[in-house]
Write a protein that binds this ligand. Structure first.
Ligand code: SF4
Length: 347
């Protein structure tokens, strides 16, 4: 067994050497590290809801929600608190342990903050972990969210500092790092990762992981996204990522941040079951499930459960649930869900 330690001093040469390992050697190392920190056959399950969709003033070149591009996306104002809480209750009923709420904003406005705080309080009261992604935060807003009971804040670094300017020009890398620092100072957990398939090099992929792993504390959650190419966005015609290179990214993330949940995130719908199984072998141990991942499709929850069953994977349960009760609740809810539309569709 290869002994692993949590480090914050990764160098580009070391990380590139990991990317260059033969595929099976890399996967073996990642799986060995994974087993030192996690139960190998457990995957954490989150549900993501878009609480405010489209017309974002930022110019992220991959994003159909940016107001800079015409993608035909229906714009939606901030959802009503009650509807958000209903969606959270439905997500809990199908086995999600964390409810993530995303708003396409540059930053939350003073007028919207009271509603956002009510959402956090309400979702928390349902017994779910809470996560939000609202853009850049001030220190005051961060503290208010923490006080309301927000567990996680998602703010992705997206790519390396060097490549970042090719993708986003309306918000700087250092602003992103500042928001992450506020989140940490307020005592919340961090969810931060990036995207593959934007034309970045392997050095950029290594650079992103170095930024995340060399933070004073590793993000508790590291989403690794495959670009979902949406017509109308500047990255719509980018070349596909080699699936093995995507798996390599998950494996290197697992080795560098051994205690973090590595999330197989956007782009999962384009992956076949064999690739998802390889992703779990590489150390991915978190997925989004539910009907929609923000504005792009997400595999159906029952399809996910069937894949879990075939692979002998159990969803990570919150402590108050006995496993059998939890599993039975999921199965029952999936049957009930089949003909009903529980989730708000952001598309
Ligand atoms: S990724 Fe977020 S910040 Fe960037 S355009 Fe999309 S919604 Fe706005």
């Amino acid at each position: 067994m290869i002994a692993s330690v949590t480090r914050h001093d990764w160098t580009p040469a070391e990380v590139l050497a990991l990317f260059k390992l033969p595929f099976n050697d890399l996967l073996f190392q990642a799986q060995s590290v994974h087993r030192q920190y996690f139960e190998p056959n457990r995957v954490q399950v989150s549900t993501l809801l878009s609480i405010k969709t489209g017309a974002c003033p930022e110019d992220c070149k991959y994003c159909p929600q940016s107001g800079h591009y015409n993608t035909g996306l229906d714009k939606e104002k901030l959802m009503e608190v009650e509807k958000v809480l209903q969606a959270a209750a439905d997500a809990k009923a199908i086995g999600s342990t964390r409810f993530c709420m995303g708003a396409a904003w540059k930053h939350p406005s003073a007028k919207d903050m009271p509603y956002v705080l009510k959402m956090v309080e309400g979702v928390k009261a349902l017994g779910l972990e809470t996560c939000m992604t609202l853009g850049k935060l001030t220190q005051e807003q961060t503290e208010a969210l923490a006080q309301a009971g927000l567990d996680y804040y998602n703010h992705n670094l997206d790519t390396s500092p060097e490549f970042y300017g090719n993708i986003i020009t309306t918000r700087t890398y250092s602003e992103r790092l500042q928001t992450l620092a506020y989140v940490r100072d307020a005592g919340m957990k961090i969810c931060s990762g990036g995207i593959l398939g934007m034309g970045e090099s392997v050095e950029d992929r290594a650079g992103l992981l170095i930024q995340l792993a060399n933070l004073p504390e590793h993000p508790e959650s590291v989403p690794i996204n495959m670009l979902v190419k949406v017509k109308g966005t500047p990255l719509a015609e980018e070349e596909d990522v080699d699936p093995f290179d995507f798996i390599r990214m998950l494996a290197v993330a697992r080795i560098m941040m051994p205690e973090s949940h590595v999330r197989l995130s956007a782009g999962r719908e384009q992956m076949n079951e064999q690739m998802q199984a390889l992703a779990f072998l590489a150390g991915a141990n978190s997925i989004f499930y539910g009907e929609k991942l923000l504005t792009t499709g997400n595999p159906q929850a029952d399809k996910d459960m069937r894949l879990f069953a075939r692979l002998g994977i159990q969803p990570e349960a919150r402590e108050e649930h006995a496993d059998e009760v939890h599993q039975a609740a999921i199965e029952q809810a999936l049957i009930e869900q089949r003909d009903s539309k529980l989730f708000y569709s952001a598309v």
